[in-house]
Structures are given as C-alpha cells and as structure tokens.
Design a binder for this molecule. Structure first.
Ligand code: UT7
Length: 323
C-alpha cells in the first residue's frame, strides 16, 4: 500500500494584468456586468512569445523549490492542459526540457477545466503502484490564445496561468502515510461536448480555433455535476462537510462556488476563492488556488482539502487530499 503525499506547491501568473475596465475599452462590456455575473475583477494574460510550457515550467520550478528538491529528483511529469504549445509533442515534454528533469517520463492529460483533478488521479496511480516515486503534476492553460476576442460572452471569462504540485509516493510504514491523496473520482459525459468546445478540427486546422460555450447550459449543469462529485468523495471517505478544512473548487464563476456553498451548507470561509483575481485559468485554477492558500498559511499540514472541478467534455471530478 502506497500513498502520494504533497511535498511542494507552486504557481505562476504572467505579469500582464488586465482589469474589467481594460476589457471595456475594447469590447461591449462593463465592470459591473462581469463582477455581478462572474465575480471576476481581473485576469493575467500571456506576453507575446510566451507559451503554456513557459507558464508550466515557472510553476514547476517554484514547486520544486518549495519541496526542497531538484528537477533531477522527478521521474514523472503530467501536465493538464487544453492549450498545448503544439498538437505534439506533449507540453509536458517541453516542460521536462525547460526545467531539466532528465530522468522523468512526461505526457499531457486533456480534460479541460477538470484537467488538474484528472492529472492528479493519473499521477497518483503511478505513485501508488511504485512505477514512479516523485511526480510533478501541473495544470497550465493559455486560454487567451483560443478565446474569440470578438465574443464578449466568453472573452471576459478566462485568464492564463499555471500551478504545480510535487507528489512523493510513500509506503504504509512512512510517518506521512496518513497524509496525501486519499481518493480521486472522475466522471465524463461526451454527449454534451457541444456545450463547451473549440471550433476547429485539429488535423485540418489552418487557423487556431476559438472557444464556443453555451454558458447558461453549462451553468445549469455545474451545481448538479459538482454536487455529484462532492457527494462521492465524502461518501467514499466516510466523512462529512464538517470534517473538511478547505474546499478548493474550480474557479469558473463565483456564483457557481456560492451555489455549491449553499447546496452543501459549506461556509464561504472554507472555500478558497481566486476567481476575482485570476478569472478562469482552466486546468490551472485548482493548483493556483492551492498555491495561494498554502503560501498565505490558510492550508496547513494535516488539513483535509477537497478539490472539485467541472468543464468541457463534459468532465467533472473530485479528490480528497490531506495536506
Ligand atoms: O470552466 C468551465 C465551465 N464553464 C462554466 O462553468 C461557465 C458557466 N457559465 C457561466 O458562468 C455563465 O453562464 C456566464 C458568466 C458565462 C454568463 O452569465 P449568464 O448570467 O448565464 O448570462 P447570459 O449568457 O444568459 O447572458 C445574459 C445577457 C445577454 O444579454 P440579453 O440576451 O439578455 O440581452 C448577453 O448578451 O448578458 C449579455 N452578455 C454580456 N453583457 C455584458 C454576455 N456577455 C456579456 C458581457 N458584458 N461580457
């Protein structure tokens, strides 16, 4: 029996900060609409020439430093992204080269906004079986490259960024065995792919496609599907809401987070919220939120943390991590 224990966390946001008022200068929107409908106040966007792997490598280096290890100690890199630098090779391979993790094998996972929970689950399987010992699990997206800047209904919602965890597999005799990833729960329903997709076919693309979203429909599904994932993680671990120290939700809309809070009677003080500052960074929202809450001292060793996400696919999922 082995468990994947968190050894370090890192995050990176590109320096260019764009406020709602900045967006209102170039499109038919207002700060009031964006704040009222989403809770978003600002987002960070890539600089010219920057790519998803650059964001991911920055976050990975911070996580390695936080874990007090070097890239040489890593034998697995999983990057969750829906905005890879290229269709291939995997962005994870680009990250491997950028950070110099020569002993690692590296690949991407694409489950869009649920990508980090999926990547965590995949890495956890390798660590639990002992096929890898130390993994970097990264959520990184550059949504600004694929949003349609002429569509106010989607363009205002997204930001760019990356977050990373270093996980180490330990056996049952290790003093940290009670910590780590206790369970992950993944769900998909491909019948609803058209609620959120990119309108290009990769093999024939001459131009990058754009995000197309039926926002209201996704919104309606969100509370139900996230609710299902949260119920599953609680039941599987035989715990209640009161046993949880922190909820780290995917950050798509403050109203969805508040809806989950109301539905499960989770005090908002237990919710880690970054959507106001980062907007929706897709696969990066959860590791960025973990990074923020760990570095400001909210999440402490031993705390029970529930992660949950829902996004394109449709995909959704949850995890229980003891920090
Ligand atoms: O992370 C992956 C999963 N994604 C999500 O979970 C997103 C889920 N959906 C949402 O968060 C919300 O549906 C949105 C924030 C996308 C939209 O909020 P809404 O309350 O559902 O608004 P709506 O799309 O129903 O639009 C309401 C009105 C429309 O005008 P009319 O037709 O009522 O006159 C839109 O044209 O708001 C208008 N509108 C805007 N107005 C100003 C849409 N976008 C904007 C905008 N600024 N940026």
């Amino acid at each position: 029996m082995r468990r994947s224990v968190v050894r370090g966390v890192g995050g990176y946001l590109p320096p260019k900060r764009v406020t709602n008022a900045d967006l209102a200068k170039s499109m038919d929107t207002t700060d009031e609409w964006i704040v009222e409908r989403t809770g978003m106040k600002q987002r960070h966007l890539l600089a010219e020439g920057q790519n998803t792997s650059d964001l991911a490598a920055e976050a990975a280096n911070i996580a390695l430093k936080n874990a007090n290890i070097t890239a040489d100690d890593i034998d697995l890199i999983v990057v969750a992204t829906a905005t890879p630098d290229h269709p291939f090779p995997a962005t994870a391979a680009r990250v491997q080269a950028k950070i110099g993790a020569k002993k690692a094998f590296a690949f991407d996972v694409n489950a869009v906004c649920s990508g980090f929970v999926y990547a965590l689950s995949v890495a956890d399987q390798f660590l639990k079986t002992g096929q890898a010992t130390r993994a970097l699990v990264i959520g990184a997206d550059a949504m600004s490259k694929i949003v349609d800047w002429n569509d106010r209904g989607t363009a205002v919602l997204f930001g760019d960024g990356a977050g990373a965890l270093v996980l180490e597999g330990v056996d049952a005799t290790h003093p940290d065995f009670e910590r780590g990833v206790h369970s992950t729960h993944l769900f998909s329903d491909g019948c609803h792919y058209d609620l959120l997709y990119v309108d290009t076919i990769a093999a024939s693309a001459k131009q990058p496609g754009h995000v197309r979203m039926q926002g209201r429909e996704i919104f309606k599904s969100a509370i139900k599907l996230i609710g299902e994932a949260v119920e599953k993680v609680l039941a599987h671990n035989a715990i209640t809401i009161e046993d949880i120290d922190w909820f780290v939700p995917h950050q798509a809309n403050l109203r969805i987070i508040e809806g989950i809070s109301t539905h499960f009677n989770i005090p908002m003080e237990k919710m880690v919220v970054t959507v106001d500052q980062h907007s929706n960074t897709s696969a990066a929202t959860i590791p960025l939120a973990l990074w923020e809450a760990a570095r400001d001292g909210r999440i402490q060793p031993g705390h029970r943390v529930v992660l949950e996400a829902m996004g394109g696919g449709l995909t959704w999922g949850s995890a229980l991590v003891v920090w």
